[in-house]
Design a protein. Structure first.
Length: 87
């Protein structure tokens, strides 16, 4: 995990890192593959509603996979936000 990551999670054997974005209310989601990170999508979270924009390489996954990955990313972001508010 890099210093800037909010956190990581695993879905279906894939490791993902949630990182901040320059855009307001938005996080970047990276696929972690060894020492490399590949941008998978950006997720905007406005008024508690998440909206993801996936890179072309990630299209064609089963619908349930997107739900699990996006849900886990939002949970990591919310937990990191909660910790920042408490410190």
């Amino acid at each position: 995990m890099t210093e800037m990551d909010f956190g990581r999670f695993v879905v279906d054997g894939g490791v993902f890192a949630v990182a901040p974005s320059a855009a307001p209310h938005t996080v970047r989601l990276y696929s972690v593959q060894g020492d490399h990170r590949v941008l998978a999508c950006t997720i905007s979270i406005v008024d508690g509603v998440a909206s993801a924009s996936w890179g072309a390489a990630w299209l064609g996954q089963p619908a349930g996979w997107y739900v699990r990955v996006e849900g886990a990313a939002v949970a990591v972001h919310r937990e990191a936000s909660r910790h920042r508010e408490l410190s």
